[in-house]
Design a binder for this molecule. Sequence first.
Ligand code: SF4
Length: 449
Amino acid sequence: MATVLSPKQSKVGLVSLGCPKALVDSERILTQLRADGYALSATYADADVVLVNTCGFLDSAREESLDAISEAIAENGKVIVTGCLGVEAAALQKRFPKLLAVTGPQQYEQVVRAVHSAAPQVPHPFVDLVPDIGIKLTPNHYSYIKISEGCNHRCSFCIIPSLRGDLQSRPANAVLHEAEKLVAAGTKELLVISQDTSAYGVDIKHATSPWRGYDVRSHMTDLCAALGSLGVWVRLHYVYPYPHVDAVMPLMADGKILPYLDIPFQHASPSVLKAMKRPANELKVLERIAGWRRLVPDITIRSTFIVGFPGETDEDFDYLLDWLEEAQLDRVGCFKFEPVKGAAANALENQVDEAVKQDRLDCFMAKQAAISAAKLNRKIGQTLEVIIDEVDNEGGATGRSKADAPEIDGAVQLRDSSGLKAGDIVKVLVEDADEHDLYGVVCSASTIG
Ligand code: SF4
């Protein structure tokens, strides 16, 4: 749970579960509560009320959320639930009759109202202040920035559209004003998130909005160009390979945004992609990747995959392995298909046996480990820019290169942290590598940011 302030204020404990998008929701709720004068409690015992921001994407995430609610009720007793699981309010109230309130995803006002009613706040002129950037749950030097909510696709394994609704894009200037504030407060890396970053602005017909004296279109390319003018690292997540993604390559080649694309491919076999109802699956992805690499030779492509999707045959899986060999992706995560309550894929025929799923997962990850190790090995001897995440007590430090997003990718381990602090951007000579991480030493007098 998050930090404590003045003992005179009502205090809110927060358990934040789920993906970076849920984390941004938590930040927004906490920002409002701090603006209303609430303090944050790091312990159940000290909190006047506990807020559990839940995730319901996978059954395992649901279980984790239900456990967290149970624990909060046992430890504190005054509990409000919000987030994805909040769409099942009646079932939750039945299972946990002591819950004070249940609100759904993005229902910020309802959550805040529920907190006010559970733990009324006495106004206080000195604590009713909130930093201009709001409350952050990430370190100061990097920040997630959410450009839209919801999704217009209907992938058969996913319930996000039913939880969060159709695409709702923020105006470009709202995103840019938030980004400016974050940069002014010390953010060195902006991580652009959404459910479908490439679709940004489709719902608002790519409307323009004024920023710094000109009109910015709510379109991925224009937003990236504007974010790229802020002088910090800009990293794109959840991009689908629509044709217009090619237009951000020059921004990467010019160093305006990081040469990094997080594209959740999920599979490669056409029949599995069709059954998954994946967006942009008909596009010739390997050719696109080759084209991107011609324009941006140091581009990092990260992706996630699902094995054992209903109907996936041995041939489909072999196709996927061959595709992976050819694609030579830099960073890859893989999951076994798991039925999610309410997902259309659950009703598909030919569900794959659990043991087969596990074999395919092991086989897939072994192949990717070899690809990743070879790719990282080729970085030995290179000098890379690295942002420092943490300086440890034993004289070392951990950072990330432009190829590494926080939490999900590898790291750059430094054996000497002299003079370093979190958020520094330094040049590092890579001395060694394994299948996940790089190991190196800071080049002398190299702080560049
Ligand atoms: S693109 Fe597909 S997987 Fe992603 S949020 Fe939309 S429906 Fe879900």
